[in-house]
Design a protein around this ligand. Structure first.
Ligand SMILES: Cc1ncc(COP(=O)(O)O)c(C=O)c1O
Length: 386
């Protein structure tokens, strides 16, 4: 099976884990701090603003909580987002307001966001589809002008930039995911960036029970009785640990290698698929934009998309569509009409992309895809003539 995603972990990660075992400090500790510092450097921000947590989802929940959102507030997000973003909004008592996307870039423009704003809008959660930065610069600027907070869902964008500046640092808060399917993996894990220093402190507290200072000998600052508690507000427990941080540190060092190979795969797909009958490849990145290339997607007539996915599966090639539109999920009670999203969700297929793919694998995917599209389009043609 040619997989859609596949983590790249090996001897270096194993050695890092072995060191943690030898030190016998598995929990939140020095390696967590080192990983936060290294990730902050990667982003070009100060380490105090970066918090290692146990998932990207936890980052979304913390971000919404740190902004103090709740009943009566609205949060705009693309309908084509991962469901955790909507869940985080709903869990706070606020309401999600789904916006449309450009069906070619799969990202919203400012106009798409603006169409979903109301006087109750307090925040925007902006996903960078497949690692493409999209119109983050303009969206950040316009949100700032209006006093609307911007959370960047950078789960797909661990190595994405606009004019050299890291995606995730344009808004007020951002989170990354290091789950097993992502580009940088720690098994499970995530990072939260909080621009405002006070808010960052609070988010750090909320990530660990709401405690002002962790208990324990190393933190005996609250009182000479280091077991005493100071809890100004309740929090949860979503911090990362030294075991996963050790893996993350190695992975971060390998990130240029991962993104570099992804870029080669994208170039191969582009070469093999652009201009192919019945297929559209992703639009080129605007000047100054760098993508992590978490997804490579193609688009075709929606009448054949599902059959093409089945044909590829029969040829041992796993494809999918991300992200199924949330405005169609009854739980979120949306009556939004989003033409771009509906079109994209009918026409798009995400192809296998990860550094473990050989050139031959990529060529096999491209060949099977072209074959399936041709076959299914031909079957469609007589039907369309009736
Ligand atoms: C865009 C996006 N946001 C958030 C998440 C949540 O991250 P995690 O799986 O680390 O909780 C994911 C995970 O798939 C995602 O793809």
């Amino acid at each position: 099976m040619i997989n859609l995603f596949q983590p790249q972990v090996g001897d270096a990660e194993l050695a890092a884990v072995a060191e943690v075992f030898a030190d016998k400090w598995l929990g939140h500790g020095p390696r967590t701090k080192d990983f936060e510092a290294a990730f902050a450097k990667h982003l070009g921000v100060e380490p105090e603003h970066v918090i290692f947590i146990n998932s990207g989802t936890a980052g979304l929940f913390l971000a919404i909580e740190a902004l103090g959102l709740g009943e009566g507030d609205e949060v705009v997000l693309p309908s084509m987002s991962f469901l955790a973003a909507a869940n985080a909004v709903v869990a706070s008592g606020a309401a999600p307001a789904f916006c449309d996307v450009d069906p070619r870039t799969m990202n919203p423009t400012w106009e798409h966001v603006a169409a979903a704003l109301t006087p109750r809008t307090r925040a925007v959660v902006l996903l960078h589809y497949g690692g493409c930065p999209g119109d983050v610069v303009e969206i950040a600027e316009r949100c700032r002008e209006r006093g609307i907070a911007l959370i960047e869902d950078s789960a797909c964008s661990v190595d994405s930039r606009v004019d050299g500046r890291s995606v995730g640092t344009f808004g007020d808060l951002a989170m990354w995911s290091f789950d097993a399917a992502k580009v940088l993996v720690t098994g499970d894990g995530g990072m939260l960036y909080v621009r405002d220093a006070e808010r960052a402190l609070r988010a750090r507290r909320l990530a660990y029970h709401g405690l002002v200072q962790a208990t324990g000998l190393a933190h005996a600052k609250v009182s000479h009785r280091w077991w005493e508690l100071e809890v100004p507000e309740v929090g949860r427990r979503v911090i990362g640990n030294d075991l996963t941080a050790a893996i993350g540190l190695v992975q971060l060092g390998r990130l240029p290698e991962f993104t570099g190979r992804r870029r080669e795969i994208v170039a191969l797909y582009d070469r093999e698929l652009s201009g192919a009958e019945g297929l559209r490849t992703p639009p080129p990145l605007p000047a100054g934009h760098e993508s992590t290339h978490y997804f490579y997607w193609v688009q075709m007539d929606e009448l054949i998309r599902d059959q093409v996915a089945s044909d590829l599966l029969a040829a041992d090639i796993y494809t999918t569509f991300r992200y199924a539109p949330l405005h169609k999920v009854p739980t979120y009670r949306s009556d939004a009409q989003l033409a771009g999203t509906e079109r994209a969700s009918g026409e798009t297929l995400c192809l296998p992309i990860h550094p473990g793919l050989s050139d031959d694998d990529v060529l096999t995917v491209a060949t099977e895809l072209r074959r399936a599209v041709t076959k299914r389009s031909r079957e469609l043609a007589p039907a369309a003539a009736h």
